[in-house]
Each structure stands twice: as structure tokens, then as C-alpha cells.
Design a protein around this ligand. Structure first.
Ligand code: HEC
Ligand code: HEC
Length: 212
């Protein structure tokens, strides 16, 4: 009986690891089809070429997947004023859901590259504002789960700024299908860009959620 259990358990472990190793493999060890897919993403999502999109390695897989779906259907990146979003919309609209799911999981399982903070601001005010205005959705475990909010500590500060500007300008979080983005956009309304910049400067000090 015990040996049966051991066999079953090791089969399960083997199955799990053989699936996950595909996601942790470096790009040049993937199948040719998947290499082509990931290299396509990396033309914009890396620091090698002129970087246009954010670095995706080590971000949350579920969030990457939701955003890819949104870009594909055009509920994000569908506005002609949203130049960056449109670029991304055209880059992925022809891919199958399976390809996009693979890309999301692959990026999520790659090590996060070293990130340089570039946004300056009042960190003390930023911390207070973050606790008051953002924590309940982006950080509190229940709030984060139910509102489907991503972890902001991991993101590049310039990219956070660009997204906050996009919400403020009304290029993001306005499509009726984008129910999560609409809530996010509403949450920003009471705050000025200067205040939001202070929040970003506070967040940029961390690589991951700090101990409380
Ligand atoms: C032609 C350039 C280009 C290509 C190719 C491209 N992207 Fe993007 N991507 C962008 C840009 C630009 C943005 C930022 C959009 C914005 O500012 O709203 C972006 C944003 C994203 C986001 C949103 C991240 C976030 O936190 O908001 C995800 C996820 C993403 N891309 C995944 C991918 C994947 C996966 C691929 C390959 C299948 C890919 N992209 C290919 C340019 C590109
Ligand atoms: C009511 C809940 C809620 C509050 C409060 C809130 N957010 Fe969000 N935020 C969200 C959700 C949900 C998303 C994901 C939207 C989507 O799925 O497109 C998001 C997305 C974002 C993004 C885009 C991240 C990316 O990579 O695409 C940024 C930046 C952001 N929030 C910053 C903030 C800041 C800063 C505050 C505080 C001033 C804040 N949010 C307050 C719910 C909230």
C-alpha cells in the first residue's frame, strides 16, 4: 500500500514538474514554434531593442493572461489615442488563446530582471497616499483577489506612470467591457498626477511586497 502511494505521489510530482519546466526553460530551449512566439514578444518587451513595452518576466501569470485577452478583444488598446496600447493590440490579435496562455505562463515563470528606478517623488507622502487610496485593492489579500488587482511592487516605475496617465487621460478603463479598468479609473479621480507620482516613487523602492 505504501509503495503504491509512493508511486502515485511520484507520478503526480513528475507530471507537475514536467509541465512547469516548460515554463521555466530559457527561450532557446523551447520548441521552434514557441521560440518564434516568445521572440516576437521580446522584440518589444526587452531592454535589448528599443524598449516599448514593460518587462514581463516574473509578473503574475493570471494578470498577464487577463491583459492579453483584453488586448486581443480590443477592450484595452482599442482607442486610437492610445498609441502604445494599439501597438500591443495589433501585435497579439492574430494569436490563438492557447499561444497567449502559454506566453503568459512562460513570462510569469521567468526570473524578474534587475530593474532601475527612475521616477522621483516624495516617498513619505507616497506611502500615506498608497495606504489610503490603493492598498485596499492592490495589496489587501481579500481586496486583491476580489477586485482582480495586480501586484504593483513588481512593476517598472516608468510603466506605472504611463498607465496612470492612460487612465487619467481616458485611454484605459473606459471600454464598457473593461469592468475592472473602469473601477480602477474611478479610484484615481480624486488624485493629481503629482500625488500619483509620489505613490509610484514609494512603490519603486521595493522589488516585492515589503514585510508589514
Ligand atoms: C510591437 C510591440 C509589441 C509586441 C510584439 C508585443 N507587445 Fe506587449 N505591449 C507592447 C506595449 C507598447 C505595451 C504597453 C501598452 C500600454 O502602454 O498600455 C504592451 C503591454 C503588454 C502587456 C500588459 C502588461 C501590463 O502590466 O499592463 C502584456 C501582458 C503584454 N504586452 C504581453 C505581450 C506578449 C505575451 C506578447 C507576445 C505574444 C507581446 N506582448 C507582444 C508592445 C508589444
Ligand atoms: C477599486 C479597486 C482599486 C483601487 C482603489 C485602485 N486600483 Fe489600481 N487597479 C485595479 C484593478 C482591478 C486593476 C486591473 C485593471 C485591469 O484588469 O485592466 C488595476 C490596475 C492598475 C494599474 C495598471 C497595472 C498594469 O500593469 O496594467 C496601475 C498602475 C494601478 N492600478 C495603480 C493604482 C494606484 C496607484 C492606486 C491608488 C491611487 C490604485 N491603483 C487604486 C483596482 C484598483
Amino acid at each position: 500500500m505504501d509503495s503504491m502511494k509512493t508511486i502515485l505521489l511520484s507520478t503526480v510530482v513528475l507530471l507537475i514538474t514536467s509541465c512547469s519546466t516548460e515554463f521555466t526553460k530559457p527561450v532557446d530551449q523551447l520548441t521552434i514554434e514557441r521560440q518564434t512566439l516568445i521572440k516576437h514578444c521580446l522584440t518589444c518587451h526587452s531592454t535589448v531593442e528599443m524598449q516599448r513595452g514593460p518587462l514581463l518576466q516574473g509578473l503574475e501569470g493570471w494578470y498577464l493572461e487577463e491583459q492579453l485577452e483584453a488586448f486581443k478583444e480590443g477592450s484595452r488598446g482599442g482607442d486610437i489615442k492610445d498609441k502604445n496600447g494599439q501597438l500591443m493590440h495589433s501585435a497579439v490579435k492574430a494569436f490563438s488563446d492557447e499561444h497567449l496562455e502559454f506566453a503568459a505562463e512562460w513570462f510569469a515563470n521567468q526570473p524578474r530582471p534587475e530593474i532601475k528606478a527612475v521616477v522621483k517623488g516624495d516617498i513619505t507622502e507616497g506611502k500615506e497616499l498608497y495606504q489610503e487610496a490603493c492598498y485596499k485593492c492592490h495589496d489587501h489579500p481579500m481586496g486583491k483577489f476580489f477586485s482582480r488587482s495586480p501586484d504593483l511592487y513588481k512593476m517598472e516605475d516608468w510603466y506605472l506612470m504611463s498607465q496612470l496617465r492612460a487612465y487619467k487621460a481616458g485611454w484605459r478603463g473606459v471600454d464598457p467591457r473593461d469592468t475592472h479598468g473602469i473601477k480602477m479609473r474611478a479610484a484615481l479621480q480624486p488624485y493629481s498626477m503629482k500625488q500619483l507620482q509620489n505613490i509610484v516613487a514609494y512603490l519603486a523602492q521595493f522589488k516585492e511586497k515589503p514585510e508589514e
